[in-house]
Ligand binder design. Structure first.
Ligand SMILES: [Zn+2]
Ligand SMILES: [Zn+2]
Length: 405
């Protein structure tokens, strides 16, 4: 089929299914589920594939769903991946489809990812006779929490016989109708660390008789800011963010809790995250953090503990897949709506695990709309998408499948 005719037919199909996909997205949005406990959402995906006569496996990676649209004579298999989990955050929007569950909300757009992959399955079923490769639909749980659902899915065979894999993410910093990606590292290695400084507590009026863990912790926080600026090559990327600092006692007085403002606490606990794009930079930051922790403790005659947890690895876009994704996207919306190469971002994404195993590419799908005030980034309590972005998300996934051979 000529390219322009195919493009027209793809968009016709995306518009045809749009209302249904919006309804599915809103239903999932109202019923958010966390981590691996995504049974309801997985049930919606499995039921939709089943209705299309696509063979479905459930319970993959604990609660994930895998469907295979098989094409007679095809030898290649392309996988398309959606994540299904929400976040433990209170939604602060006034939309009619607002989360019905306190403290849980789809503020990363995984509701839209699931709905779009269902829509993609519907559209590809329509185009079945034009497919030259098998298509695997992967619906995974637990993208938001380490160690992530992707390793569990891979462990259960989600990538078996798959030649390449694509994933998309709604991204409100780009407008509806835009796509962004790059070749090489796209999203960061996301690690965490936990530190304890233990000194000697005592009366706040006699600091010379204590080893003040608050001062040690505060000096460490300040010193750690120079790791990125003084130890990492300015042309490389890294983030060190200290996100936790706990210290100070609470005493019970007259049955109620009260802060002990006249007590120097014996210890403080700190924690944070490190984001990097290269192994050498990760090793440098990890080592320097410990140097600062040990040095600060030694300088004050305190002791310390330091635990560094390596998290989700770098999401790496393989050159041929990125090239194919970009030329496919360009064919859909024209050069002016393509951001390529987009600058890597230091957010983490467990699509990384697939990209470590087989050729892969992850694409950001513009979901923002300044006029409608849809500008808040993922994980913001007022995050939302312009739902028309789902037309473009589906169009890209459908086109990638149709051009696989
Ligand atoms: Zn997220
Ligand atoms: Zn996400």
């Amino acid at each position: 089929m000529p390219q322009t005719k195919m493009k027209q037919q793809i968009f016709e199909q995306c518009h045809h299914h749009f209302k249904d996909i919006v309804a599915i997205r809103r239903d999932i949005h109202q019923h958010p589920e966390l981590r691996f406990a995504v049974e309801r959402t997985a049930g919606i995906a499995a039921k939709a594939l089943h209705a299309l006569s696509i063979p479905v496996k459930t319970g993959i990676g604990r609660t994930g769903v895998v469907g295979d649209l098989e094409v007679p004579g095809a030898t290649k298999r392309v996988a398309l991946r959606a994540d299904m989990d929400a976040l433990p955050i209170q939604e602060q929007t006034d939309v009619p489809y607002k989360s019905k569950i306190d403290g849980k909300a789809h503020l990363c757009g995984h509701d839209a990812h699931t709905a779009m992959l269902i829509g993609t399955a519907k559209i590809l079923s329509h185009f079945r006779s034009s497919l030259k490769a098998h298509v695997r639909f992967i619906f995974q749980p637990c993208e938001e929490a380490f160690p992530g659902g992707a390793p569990a899915m891979i462990e259960d065979g989600a990538l078996e016989d798959v030649d390449e894999i694509y994933g998309i993410h709604v991204f409100p910093l780009y407008s509806v109708g835009q796509y962004a990606t790059c070749a090489g590292p796209m999203l960061a290695q996301s690690d965490t660390f936990e530190i304890t400084f233990t000194g000697r507590g005592g009366h706040a009026a006699f600091p010379h008789l204590t080893v003040d863990s608050i001062v040690i912790g505060a000096q460490f926080v300040t010193a750690a800011q120079s790791i990125v600026s003084r130890n990492v090559n300015p042309l490389d990327s890294a983030v060190v963010s200290i996100t936790q600092f706990h210290g100070g006692d609470v005493t019970l007085q007259d049955g109620g809790a009260s802060r002990a403002l006249n007590v120097i606490p014996p210890s403080v606990e700190l924690g944070g995250t490190v984001r990097t794009l290269q192994k050498a930079v990760q090793a440098k930051v990890k080592g320097q953090l410990e140097n600062y922790v040990a040095g600060m403790a030694a300088a004050h005659d305190a002791t310390y503990t330091y635990a560094y947890q390596e998290g989700c690895p770098v999401t790496y876009n393989h050159e041929p897949c990125a090239t194919r994704a970009v030329s496919t996207a360009r064919g859909l919306v024209g050069e002016k709506n393509i951001i390529f190469p987009m600058a890597p971002i230091l957010g983490g994404e467990d699509f990384a695990y697939y990209s470590q195993k087989i050729p892969a590419c992850f694409v950001m799908v513009g979901a923002g709309n300044e006029e409608k005030g849809i500008v808040n980034m993922c994980h913001h309590p007022q995050f939302d998408i312009d739902e028309r972005c789902m037309i473009y998300g589906m169009a890209l996934l459908v086109s990638l499948a149709l051009t696989s051979q």
